[in-house]
Write a new protein. Structure first.
Length: 254
């Protein structure tokens, strides 16, 4: 049983050589024997998780997207599962094309070509974590198509025009498979939002507080001042002949 540390280093070296020196590395791969379990364990499973994890981080920290955490986790899991299935489905497509085009049928080599050709696309998907760099990751997909074209030529030993046909069909299939989790995630998000809106409508309205009538405003009225005291006028001739009596104000003692 190989040492896990050595297997990990070999996997890192394989990724580096596939990216930087694809022709020589495809030749090395054609001379190796590897099982499906080993290929998935040391290459497909760890690298395919980069894109879903980066997308989940972008949706979680993006305030404008308003994607709930539960929906983000569900979308990441669906994308990851579909990516693992896509590698195997595309390998089956390559195997079917070998029968149609009359080439040598080798299911394990078809799986190797598909898995290793996906490498630059998986590495570039880390840019999904940065929203404004997401479009840059498309260059990794372009390079993946080139790696597939070279790999099918080396491992399947097919001419250039057949390699182009393989690459064209597999590219269309990869785009179709990549679109499926996008549709599922959008449908899930729309369903979640519709359920949330329905729950808000079903909630009973808060009871209105009784309005206490305000007391009537008091009208201020000016109280008329008392008229100054006047000495009554004499009513008899004797009283009228008397001089008027002056009323002295009371003395206030201090």
């Amino acid at each position: 049983m190989a040492d896990p540390g050595n297997r990990l280093m070999n996997a890192v070296v394989r990724i580096q050589n596939v990216i930087l020196d694809p022709i020589s590395e495809w030749t090395t791969i054609s001379q190796e024997s590897i099982s499906t379990k080993e290929l998935y364990s040391w290459h497909v499973i760890p690298l395919a998780a980069i894109g879903p994890a980066a997308s989940f981080m972008a949706s979680s920290f993006d305030v404008m997207s308003k994607v709930p955490v539960a929906v983000g986790v569900y979308t990441a899991i669906v994308s990851y599962v579909f990516m693992l299935l896509s590698v195997y489905i595309l390998a089956l497509i390559v195997t079917g094309l070998t029968v149609i085009l009359g080439d040598e049928k080798n299911e394990m080599q078809a799986l190797q070509i598909t898995a290793y050709a996906y490498t630059p696309a998986w590495l570039a998907s880390i840019l999904y974590a940065v929203p404004f760099l997401e479009l840059v990751s498309i260059f990794g997909s372009f390079y993946a198509v080139y790696l597939f074209h070279v790999g099918i030529s080396v491992l399947m030993k097919v001419p250039a025009w057949k390699a182009f046909c393989y690459a064209l069909v597999v590219t269309i299939g990869a785009l179709a498979l990549a679109y499926v989790p996008v549709v599922i995630s959008k449908s899930t998000l729309n369903l979640y939002r519709s359920l949330q809106a329905g729950r808000q409508q079903e909630r009973p309205a808060a009871p209105l507080k009784p309005q206490v009538p305000k007391p009537p405003a008091t009208v201020r009225r000016d109280v008329p001042r008392a008229a100054p005291y006047q000495v009554p006028s004499p009513t008899t001739p004797e009283e009228s002949s008397r001089p008027p009596v002056e009323v002295q104000p009371p003395l206030i003692r201090r």
